[in-house]
Design a protein around this ligand. Sequence first.
Ligand code: HEC
Length: 114
Amino acid sequence: MDLRAWLVLGVLGLVSLGCETPPPDGRAVFLTVGCARCHGNTGAGESLGPPLEDLSTKFTIKQMNAFLDNPIAYAEKDERLSKWRDEYFTPMPKLQMNDPQRDALVAYLFEKHP
Ligand code: HEC
């Protein structure tokens, strides 16, 4: 290959680096995986789920990940969360998302509902 061919390859490589998929947006994840159905579009609460507020006083990031990973099991062991059992029609279900989506969602929760 001559020098020009290498240059073209190099430029293409740089361009593709710049085009890596951007990290998911936490608010978009909240809306698309279904959190908003129960907690409202802004997380202010709905008939199916409580308002999301003061989350950083209730969860560490690690705990929030554990909760989202298995909300039912987590809530059963948590006195405060299990009190909501009588108030809401269904317990919070586990919703499917990939790791980058969950990281973005957790960051969004602590940022918007600290
Ligand atoms: C089917 C309705 C429903 C859906 C969908 C749902 N939740 Fe919940 N959520 C609840 C209920 C009910 C509770 C009260 C505790 C429990 O039942 O587990 C709760 C509790 C919570 C809490 C704890 C609030 C506190 O003050 O301790 C957080 C945080 C939360 N939900 C975030 C989410 C996120 C993020 C999603 C999307 C991945 C989501 N929820 C999806 C119904 C729902």
